[in-house]
Design a protein around this ligand. Structure first.
Ligand SMILES: *[C@@H]1O[C@H](CO)[C@@H](O)[C@H](O)[C@H]1NC(C)=O
Ligand SMILES: *[C@@H]1O[C@H](CO)[C@@H](O)[C@H](O)[C@H]1NC(C)=O
Ligand SMILES: *[C@@H]1O[C@H](CO)[C@@H](O)[C@H](O)[C@H]1NC(C)=O
Ligand SMILES: *[C@@H]1O[C@H](CO)[C@@H](O)[C@H](O)[C@H]1NC(C)=O
Ligand SMILES: *[C@@H]1O[C@H](CO)[C@@H](O)[C@H](O)[C@H]1NC(C)=O
Ligand SMILES: *[C@@H]1O[C@H](CO)[C@@H](O)[C@H](O)[C@H]1NC(C)=O
Length: 210
């Protein structure tokens, strides 16, 4: 009985916490169940460079559109220059974003704070994390071009109810309670969906390392 509940919660956590990159094209589909990709793997969810397509992206910065599956997520976006970048040392989100709501979240023009040569290959690293504190990763490979066009109409939108705030400028900042992984705690968590998701991520993580 307990094992069944734990594995059910683990499944909920895996689906709830992962995210998709809608634009620019991600390096690989890390949500597909027929791959060994794992969004918990730094730096790019286990997707090797060269697996995906490159998108022409404006040299001064462009759109990034995500599909978020969590009640709220911290979002960081970094840029690494070169082919097969492993050092994503240009932060495009110097102020930490807390995105509330599930659905599409798109920043129309994320500025690149560096002078870059036209035609430079680079990779975007998109990192999210939520209540569990574990980070999830996806990458998208781009070519920075002055001639790059924005995405087609309708690609860069925010779903209803999806909003972002800069952490530190929020009015309330109460820390999440630490879940207690006992049988009673698991049963009690059914009363609160958000607690169930927090707990299930912890449980999923535990199962992997057992
Ligand atoms: C995984 O499945 C998707 C669609 O179901 C398919 O397009 C893709 O080619 C498959 N990938 C592998 C590695 O089998
Ligand atoms: C790359 O683009 C081609 C052509 O549009 C498409 O068939 C393929 O699925 C894309 N690859 C990935 C990893 O998205
Ligand atoms: C990219 O870099 C990684 C880490 O250095 C290396 O393991 C991998 O083989 C490289 N991939 C390509 C396509 O060069
Ligand atoms: C960023 O990483 C690249 C590649 O390792 C390196 O050449 C560059 O000096 C780094 N830039 C900064 C500002 O650390
Ligand atoms: C989505 O919301 C963020 C933050 O609220 C905002 O900066 C951004 O411009 C919005 N995107 C669109 C396409 O309106
Ligand atoms: C992020 O947003 C969520 C939901 O709106 C909120 O519960 C949480 O306290 C926020 N975190 C910070 C650090 O502002």
């Amino acid at each position: 009985m307990r094992a069944a509940i734990l594995s059910l919660l683990a499944g909920v956590g895996l689906v709830s916490a992962h995210f998709k990159v809608e634009y620019p094209a991600w390096r690989g589909d890390t949500l597909a169940d027929n791959t060994t990709y794992d969004q918990w793997d730094y730096p790019c969810g286990g997707v090797p460079y060269g697996a995906g397509n490159k998108t022409d992206w404006p040299i001064q910065g462009g759109a990034v559109s995500l599909d978020l599956h969590h009640p709220w997520s911290y979002v960081y976006i970094n840029l690494g220059l070169g082919e097969n970048a492993t050092n994503f040392n240009i932060s495009l989100t110097p102020e930490l974003l807390n995105v509330t709501g599930k659905g599409t979240f798109c920043i129309p023009a994320l500025p690149v704070p560096a002078t870059i040569a036209d035609g430079q290959s680079a990779s975007l690293q998109i990192v999210t994390n939520g209540q569990s504190g574990s980070a999830l990763y996806n990458c998208a490979d781009v070519v920075l071009r002055s001639s790059a066009q924005p995405p087609a109409d309708g690609v860069c939108t925010n779903s209803t109810g999806v909003t972002a705030a800069i952490v530190g400028q929020a009015t309330t900042t109460s820390p999440s309670p630490t879940p207690t992984p006992t049988t009673n705690g698991v049963m009690g968590a059914f009363g609160s969906m958000s607690q169930a998701v927090v707990l299930s991520v912890v449980v999923a993580f535990t199962l992997i390392f057992v």
